[in-house]
Design a protein around this ligand. Structure first.
Ligand code: PLP
Length: 394
């Protein structure tokens, strides 16, 4: 049985070049880059190189990149420190309803600390409503955070337009680009963002390392307190191997992105066409074209996502659901509810996220597996049976 990994948005396989580049920094060049002796030179130079590799990918300057432990820390830092540094001017923050939990929960924490948070809606395709966002801006708004691309439905947000809307208004603008960095072209100057979060393991780097881009001139206070690493902005012994691996992964991911994405879009669209064309009562969630090249998120009526996931797993196809069952809640995904799906349809949803090395044959295998799984599950569903009988009568 083949093993087809279609859960790349959860985490990606490390690029071998990234792993190879990391190895010397565990065994031979293991010195602390903050030390003063000669052995610290090589790891220090390696961190410098990684900073430049990442900055290059974003059209940023190396001094604007601050290494963290991953997307969650970067998001927490941007929101908490961004809010704290501005609180004398106002205590109002704007986010969207479909942000990742790293933003949603941090916003809730800030509410407990006396901030007010407006959660702006998205349309039925998962794109933030710009008119609503503009109306939400108040004289005491100090921070806006809108994700670059959604982790479940892949919708790509109009970040540059929001950047232009906020320009010159003294409001900090953060974007969670964890699903976007290394996958779609990003230029911080065009986007007009003050802060941008990313995470190594989402683009072929190692887990447990990420970064926050902080625009030059913005004195974002530290979130982690301790040593003087990262110009005194992020304390903690530098994760040299992780940073080196992430730097190499970033460089490779950003090379020939257009050509790679053309190929990904072909794979994605083939899968989408087959699923929508061959499986009745199925729908694609998120925008048809303004979506990550690797993402296809489907809902199937009369089906329960978790059982589908298990059944696909038995056929060697590994995908995700958007529901929060793993966290002990039976509520469907806030993202699917956010685009207006009713509970029962949101429950029957799966996310397919395609790795770079996937093939057309794998897409066909996955489409066949989805088709037979849905057919089998519907054949056992009294709800579907009733529905079909009613259709015949009508
Ligand atoms: N933000 C988004 C959009 C994500 O998809 C994720 C991870 O799934 C995170 C933040 C958290 O990143 P990390 O796993 O590096 O903490």
């Amino acid at each position: 049985m083949p093993q087809i990994y279609l859960d790349n948005a959860a985490t990606s396989r490390m690029k071998e070049e990234a792993l190879d580049a990391m190895m010397p920094y565990f065994i031979e060049e293991y010195a602390n880059p903050s030390s003063i002796h000669a052995m610290s030179r090589s790891p220090r130079a390696a961190v410098k190189k990684a900073r430049a590799q990442i900055a290059e990918c974003l059209n940023a300057e190396p001094s604007e990149i601050f290494f963290t432990s991953g997307g969650t820390e970067s998001d927490n830092w941007a929101l908490v420190s961004g809010a704290e540094m501005s609180e004398k001017r106002g205590k109002h923050i704007i986010i969207t309803t479909i942000e990742h939990h790293a933003i949603l929960e941090t916003a809730k924490y800030l509410e407990k600390r006396g901030f007010e948070v407006t959660r702006v809606n998205v349309d039925s395709e998962g794109i933030v409503k710009l008119d609503e966002l503009e109306k939400a801006i108040r004289p005491d708004t100090v921070l806006v955070s809108v994700m670059t691309a959604n982790n479940e439905i892949g919708s790509i947000q109009p970040i540059a337009e929001i950047g232009r809307m906020l320009k010159g208004r003294g409001i900090l603008f953060h974007t969670d680009a964890v699903q976007a960095f290394g996958h779609i072209p990003l230029d911080v100057k065009e986007l007009g963002v003050d802060m941008l979060s990313a995470s190594g393991h989402k683009f072929g780097g190692p887990k447990g390392v990420g970064f926050l881009y902080v625009r030059k001139g913005l004195r974002l206070p530290p979130f982690m307190h301790g040593g003087e690493q990262e110009e005194g902005r992020r304390a903690g012994t530098t994760n040299v191997p992780g940073i080196v691996g992430m730097g190499v992964a970033a460089e490779i991911s950003c090379e020939d992105m257009e050509a790679k994405n053309d190929r990904m879009v072909k794979l994605r669209d083939h899968l989408i066409e087959r699923v929508l064309g061959e499986i009745p009562y199925s729908r694609l969630n998120g925008h048809r074209t303004r979506r990550l090249p690797s993402n296809a998120d489907f809902s199937f009526q009369f089906i329960e996502g978790e059982s589908m996931l298990m059944s696909l797993g038995m056929k060697g196809v590994y995908v995700s659901t958007g529901s929060a069952c793993a966290s002990g809640s039976l509520d469907p995904s806030h993202v699917l509810l956010g685009i207006g799906l009713p509970h029962e349809i949101a429950h029957g949803s799966i996310r397919v996220s395609i790795p770079e090395d996937a093939t057309m044959e794998q897409m066909d295998y996955a489409a066949d597996a989805l088709k037979t799984t849905v057919e089998t599950m519907r054949s056992l569903s009294p709800l579907y049976d009733d529905f079909v009988k009613k259709q015949k009568v009508m």
